[in-house]
Design a protein around this ligand. Structure first.
Ligand code: ZN
Length: 249
């Protein structure tokens, strides 16, 4: 208690403390009201607020600007490994070859080292892989027909722009669209890595098949509110009530 150290109208610090903690000398002119209860306060800028670990954390934490695209990446019933990849793409954190070679000046002029292994015609970069590359574009154009995104350009910014305009939507079609974007990006990135590290290649048709199978399988396990829209949406994916029971849901 402050009253224990403030007696007879003066501070009763042990004398050695004045040398050890010179800051207490600054308190000499302060006369606490001994009739008041002690309170622990925290100064946040000009504001004095009641102390708690939560208020301290709130003052000292680094504040990033709130991102508005979070529910494009993370949403209920997403496929976590796909969501994680989409998050990396949104933050431009994938180690595409354009990035790696920026660090390695000696190889900078060697185009073979920069080349996209899906089309061999351009530089391996975020925008190129998702989905401006001829190979990725072909994949995207084949799979997007299963959603409402038939008119959306095969460009990451266009796809994200389209999703952003529907970000508050609760429609099953919006859920499927996000699922499909994640599955497509993930499978393209997997193919790119298989070519780079294992020298294994698959044609675009095989990639499309993997994407559609993955999304379809996921949809079979999701409980939707039964309605005509959902029925027709699932019908597009070859899922009817019988399929859901047969495949174990
Ligand atoms: Zn390419």
């Amino acid at each position: 208690m402050v009253a224990d150290i403030f007696r007879d109208n003066s501070w009763a610090w042990p004398s050695s403390w004045r040398d050890l903690f010179p800051a207490i000398n600054q308190l000499d002119h302060i006369r606490p009201d001994q009739n008041k209860q002690d309170r622990l306060l925290w100064k946040d800028g000009d504001k004095l607020i009641d102390y708690s670990s939560a208020t301290v954390w709130d003052t000292i934490r680094v504040r990033e600007q709130e991102i508005n695209w979070v529910s494009i990446v993370w949403f209920p019933q997403c496929i976590p490994r796909h969501a994680f990849l989409v998050w990396l793409i949104m933050r431009r954190k994938l180690l595409t070859r354009d990035k790696i070679l920026k660090w390695d000046f000696s190889r900078r002029k060697n185009m073979n080292m920069m080349c996209c292994l899906l089309c061999y015609a351009d530089v391996d970069s975020h925008d190129h892989l998702f989905f401006e590359c001829k190979f990725s574009e072909q994949v995207w154009k084949s799979v997007r027909d299963k959603t409402d995104m038939v008119d959306v350009d095969p460009k990451w910014v266009s796809i994200i722009g389209w999703l952003m305009t529907r970000i508050r939507s609760k429609k099953a079609s919006f859920y499927v669209a996000r699922l499909l974007v994640g599955a497509t990006a993930y499978t393209i990135w997997q193919e790119r890595n298989a070519r780079l590290f294992k020298n294994q290649t698959r044609p675009p048709e095989a990639i499309c098949e993997v994407i559609l199978k993955t999304v379809r399988y996921k949809l079979m396990g999701v409980k939707f509110k039964p309605c005509a829209n959902v029925k027709s949406l699932l019908g597009k994916w070859g899922i009817d009530d019988a399929a859901m029971i047969d495949d174990g849901g």
